[in-house]
Ligand binder design. Structure first.
Ligand code: GAR
Length: 194
């Protein structure tokens, strides 16, 4: 296999700023990878516009039409058809099942806006603010079945400042997410080139 690019499939539910960070890093030759396809689940997700900008095919799989397992089966089918090897959940707001995880064993990657194992699950940023911690951050990890669990690839710390709201804190966390998601994929590319 040598140094052939990692073939990525992206799952995104919203704005897609992490998708764009990955696409830009590939364009700038910082990352030896290519994005085969992006799957989104909300018809109005802004990630579609970003995918168009980078010429990446985008496929809508609306979760409202499927059970959790059926959705994951459609995801697997789409990724297989696009020759995806690695799955990146870049703001994927769905709980995944063994249907997806077993199809890509140890190759599904998640981005989470806290320093796991603190504050797993939804509203991680609000959880950190409520707990009164002074430092939070973000984590990129290999996804296991329990929500937001699995081996950690990279983390970044973000201090909580006086007067922070969920929005101001999220904006600073996202700056770090964009760095560590690229760093974590570079790590995987280096590992698979060995
Ligand atoms: C990111 O901040 C990511 O950490 C979070 O969704 C955001 C997506 O942003 N993910 C989760 O909360 C997953 N549990 P983006 O659409 O701009 O990349």
């Amino acid at each position: 296999m040598g140094d052939s690019p990692l073939k990525l499939g992206i799952l995104a539910s919203g704005s897609g700023s992490n998708f764009e960070a990955i696409a830009e890093a590939i364009e700038n030759q910082q990352l030896n990878a290519q994005i085969q396809v992006v799957i989104y689940n909300n018809p109005d997700a802004k990630v579609v516009l970003r995918a168009q900008k980078f010429g990446v095919p985008a496929v809508l799989l609306n979760h409202r039409n499927y059970s959790r397992e059926e959705l994951d089966a459609e995801i697997v089918k789409t990724f297989r058809e696009s020759n995806v090897d690695w799955v990146i959940m870049a703001g994927w707001m769905r709980i995944v099942t063994p249907v997806l995880l077993d199809a890509f064993p140890e190759k599904v990657i998640n981005i989470h806006p806290s320093l796991l194992p603190s504050f797993p699950g939804i509203r991680a940023i609000e959880q950190a603010l409520k707990a009164g911690v002074k430092i939070t951050g973000c984590t990129v990890h290999i996804a296991h079945l329990e929500v937001d669990s699995g081996p950690i690839l990279m983390q970044a710390a973000v201090p909580i400042l006086a007067g922070d709201t969920a929005e101001t804190l999220h904006a600073r966390i996202q700056v770090q997410e964009h760095k560590i998601v690229v760093g974590a994929i570079a790590l995987l590319a280096a590992r698979s080139a060995k």
